[in-house]
Design a protein around this ligand. Structure first.
Ligand SMILES: [Zn+2]
Length: 284
């Protein structure tokens, strides 16, 4: 049996409501009463104590060309919410990005992952895949494919919209390498994190604080245990062992690719440590 319009609940909220009802010739449903299959949801009173399910923005490179990425990301194993082409097409002067998964759904882009003590980041993040080959061989040896300016402009607009809508903290805009050190390196050291920071997306240490910590630690570096603690405080999943083990090395590589891409050898040197301390001052 289907509902006829005359069988719908009638709710008249005083004279203004009645007047609206009369004007609408019997469609007397308040805007806050939403029809659902077989019931109504009264949305007239809203709670205050809640937050967004989405807390992280994770950036990736595809590691292949656009057609291959689209094929993989629409296949049975992995996906991302968004895919940004190398040279995004435009409509009315603005770039088009592909949306492959609705934001309220859980895309499969992060895999085994951890950030800030949270695990399984597919549950709580939006994932953007950026078409980029990653490591490439050139006549001068191994290199990383650069990102085009128009591609980064599209990533910037998309990211800014997402971090604004979900109020994502700067330190929670991360690369796949940050949340899966040793397993992933994307979006790689060629990714322009600092440029995105200048556009209001993600974190970056203040140069004056970095310089101050370089001075402070020039005479005596913090212990490895202190460095591991600082990495963990910033968000990385690293145990405090006091030794430069394989996991710590991988985490330092990820940190350097993000915040000191000129050298990402996994050695926690003075400049690396100064940037880490400056980031914790600012964000943690
Ligand atoms: Zn990735």
């Amino acid at each position: 049996m289907s509902y006829s319009s005359s069988a719908r609940p009638v709710h008249i909220a005083g004279w203004p409501g009645l007047l609206l009802c009369l004007l609408a010739l019997g469609a007397c449903t308040p805007a806050t009463l939403k029809e659902r299959p077989g019931y109504w949801a009264d949305q007239s009173v809203a709670a205050k104590a809640f937050n967004h399910r989405v807390r992280f923005l994770v950036l990736h490179y595809t590691g292949g060309d656009g057609p291959r990425a689209l094929n993989v990301l629409t296949g049975p194993s992995v996906s991302s919410h968004y895919l940004v082409a190398t040279a995004p097409p435009a409509h009315s002067g603005e770039p088009i990005v592909r949306q492959l998964v609705p934001e309220y759904e859980r895309a499969w882009h992060a895999g085994t992952s951890s950030w800030g003590g949270r695990h399984h980041l597919n549950d709580s993040s939006i994932g953007i895949e950026i078409v980029n080959a990653g490591p490439i061989e050139t006549a001068n040896g191994n290199a990383w494919q650069g990102f085009r300016q128009d591609q980064i402009a599209a990533v910037s607009s998309l990211s800014k919209d997402i971090v604004t809508r979900y109020a994502i903290a700067p330190e929670n805009v991360v690369g796949h390498a940050d949340i899966a050190p040793g397993r992933k390196v994307d979006p790689g050291p060629a990714f322009p994190w600092e440029a995105l920071y200048r556009q209001g997306i993600g974190a970056w240490p203040d140069a004056t604080r970095v310089a101050a910590y370089r001075n402070q630690f020039a005479g005596a570096m913090p212990s490895l245990a202190a460095i591991q603690s600082a990495l963990a405080r910033y968000g990385y999943d690293v145990p405090v062992t006091g030794v430069l083990d394989q996991r710590t090395h991988a985490v330092v590589v990820s940190f350097q690719m993000h915040f000191r891409p000129a050298r990402y050898d996994g050695v926690p040197d003075l400049d690396t440590v100064a940037r880490l301390w400056a980031l914790n001052d600012k964000y943690r």
